[in-house]
Design a protein around this ligand. Structure first.
Ligand code: PEP
Length: 251
C-alpha cells in the first residue's frame, strides 16, 4: 500500500495534555482504516507523549529550524524532533511564511535539514486570494515549489507536497473540485520537472477548510493524494470521518 491516501492533522497552537485522550481516540480509530495513512502534527510540547502512545498514526512537528543545534533560543531542530519521536515535519505553512517571514529558500533549508535528520517532510505551498484573482495561482505555486522543495538524489522519497490556498485556510471556503484538480495536475508537472520519474510518486495533499462534509468530494479531485486538515483534526469525531472518507481511495 505504497500510495495509501495520507490524512494529516495540523493542530497548530492548540492542545494541552488533556488533548492526548483525543489523540488516542484518533489513533485507535485510525487502526480501523489500514488503507489510509494517518498522522497528527501537534504542538512541540505534545510530540513525545503522543508518539509514545501512538500505535497506528505518525506524529510530527509543525516546523523545524534549518540547523541541527546551536544558539537559537526558542527554536526546535529536526534532530530534536526526531529524538522526541517525530516521523515527519511540516515546513512552509502559510502561517509561517506570512507571520514569520519565511522565504522559499528558508523553507527549502528546513526541508533539507528534516530529510538529513531522517524525518519525512510536508512542504506547503499556496496562493493568496489576490494572486488567484489575478490569474497567477499556478505560476505562484510553481515558483514556491521551485524555491522550497529539497533537492538531492533521494529527496523525492521523503517529500509530500501540501497545496493550501491561503484564502481557504480556516475560512470555510474551498476551491471547486475542478480548480483543485487543475492545480494538482500543475503541481505534478512541476514535480516531474524537478525530480524526474520520482516526481510521480510524491503525494500531493489538498489543505484548506477540509471537513467531514466536503472531504469525499475534495479527495476525489485529480491527483489529490490526501488532505492536510487544520480545525477539523482537533476532534476524533470529525477527523475520523475524514479518514473514513479517504478509505475507499486506498482499497
Ligand atoms: C491548515 O492550517 O493547514 C489548514 C488546512 O487549516 P483548516 O483546515 O482549518 O483550514
Amino acid at each position: 500500500m505504497a500510495n495509501r491516501p495520507y490524512i494529516v492533522g495540523n493542530w497548530k497552537m492548540n492542545g494541552t495534555r488533556a488533548m492526548l485522550s483525543e489523540a488516542r481516540a484518533i489513533d485507535r480509530g485510525a487502526a480501523r482504516h489500514p488503507a489510509v495513512r494517518v498522522a497528527i502534527a501537534p504542538p512541540f510540547t505534545l510530540v513525545h507523549a503522543m508518539a509514545e502512545d501512538a500505535t497506528a498514526i505518525a506524529v510530527g512537528g509543525q516546523d523545524c529550524h534549518a540547523s541541527p543545534s546551536g544558539a537559537f533560543t526558542g527554536d526546535v531542530s529536526a534532530p530534536l524532533l526526531k529524538d522526541a519521536g517525530a516521523q515527519f515535519v511540516i515546513v512552509g505553512h502559510s502561517e509561517r511564511r506570512a507571520l514569520h517571514g519565511e522565504t522559499d529558500a528558508a523553507v527549502r533549508a528546513k526541508a533539507e535539514a528534516a530529510l538529513e535528520a531522517g524525518l519525512e517532510v510536508i512542504v506547503c505551498v499556496g496562493e493568496t486570494e489576490a494572486q488567484r484573482d489575478a490569474g497567477q495561482a499556478e505560476a505562484v505555486v510553481a515558483a514556491q515549489l521551485e524555491g522550497s522543495l529539497p533537492r538531492g538524489e533521494t529527496a523525492a522519497q521523503g517529500v509530500t507536497v501540501a497545496y493550501e490556498p491561503v484564502w481557504a485556510i480556516g475560512t470555510g471556503r474551498v476551491p471547486s473540485v475542478d480548480d483543485v484538480g487543475a492545480m494538482h495536475r500543475s503541481i505534478r508537472a512541476v514535480l516531474g520537472a524537478i525530480y524526474g520519474e520520482a516526481g510521480a510518486e510524491v503525494a500531493i495533499l489538498y489543505g484548506g477548510s477540509v471537513n467531514a462534509a466536503n472531504a469525499s468530494e475534495l479527495l476525489c479531485a485529480d491527483e489529490v493524494g490526501g488532505a492536510l486538515v487544520g480545525g477539523a483534526s482537533l476532534t476524533a469525531e470529525s477527523f475520523l470521518t475524514i479518514v473514513a472518507a479517504a478509505g475507499p481511495l486506498g482499497d
